[in-house]
Write a protein that binds this ligand. Structure first.
Ligand code: NI
Length: 186
């Protein structure tokens, strides 16, 4: 059993010097959820902006053997969304269930993502993200607070999974920008 109380230990942003500083006061969970939903809503457009800025001839170029190209970082994002929605269904149906880890380098062939069509995948990313957000807006506070066991992570649950997904967009966006800004490739 690993039920985490709803007091997620995120702290409000410090407003240094202000008489009514909110530093160290836990941010209400409803606001934390709103921040996550807003970030999830922005992800696909940010990734689209970056990947189409990479010159076509460099999009599938790998920095080193076995290291993902910008194209692979981009099309990986729509590929993980259905996995997260399946996990959501699993956690809603059976709180405290155990979630299996997913690792593309272990679970998929090395070149699987290179074969995917970028335009189709970016459209799918945006479309399925909108559907995901529609679904998430129907969850109750009790459903957001459902926890689960995860093979790889010390804490897991509905809130942590979607916060992780919001950060995951940015992680891969950053990798795309890294390929975009490489001087030696220009
Ligand atoms: Ni990833």
């Amino acid at each position: 059993m690993n039920r985490i109380p709803v007091t997620f230990v995120l702290h409000a942003i410090s407003v240094g010097g202000h008489a009514e500083s909110t530093a160290n006061k836990p941010m209400p969970i409803s606001i934390q959820i709103t921040i996550i939903l807003d970030q999830l809503a922005r992800g696909p457009e940010l990734v689209r902006q970056l990947i189409y800025e990479v010159p076509v001839e460099l999009r599938k170029r790998r920095p080193a053997p076995g290291v993902w190209s910008a194209h692979e970082h981009a099309v990986h994002l729509p590929a993980v969304q259905p996995i997260m929605m399946a996990r959501l269904d699993q956690m809603l149906a059976a709180p405290d269930c155990t979630i299996k880890s997913y690792e593309p380098s272990r679970d998929e062939p090395d070149d699987a993502l290179l074969a995917l069509d970028l335009d189709a995948e970016m459209d799918r990313f945006a479309r399925e993200r909108t559907a995901m957000l529609d679904r998430l807006r129907t969850l109750t506070p009790q459903q957001w607070a459902i926890s689960a066991e995860h093979e790889e992570y010390a804490h897991y649950g509905v809130f942590i999974m979607f916060r992780h997904l919001a950060l995951h967009d940015l992680h891969h966006a950053y990798k795309i920008e890294d390929r975009l800004l490489r001087k030696s490739w220009g």
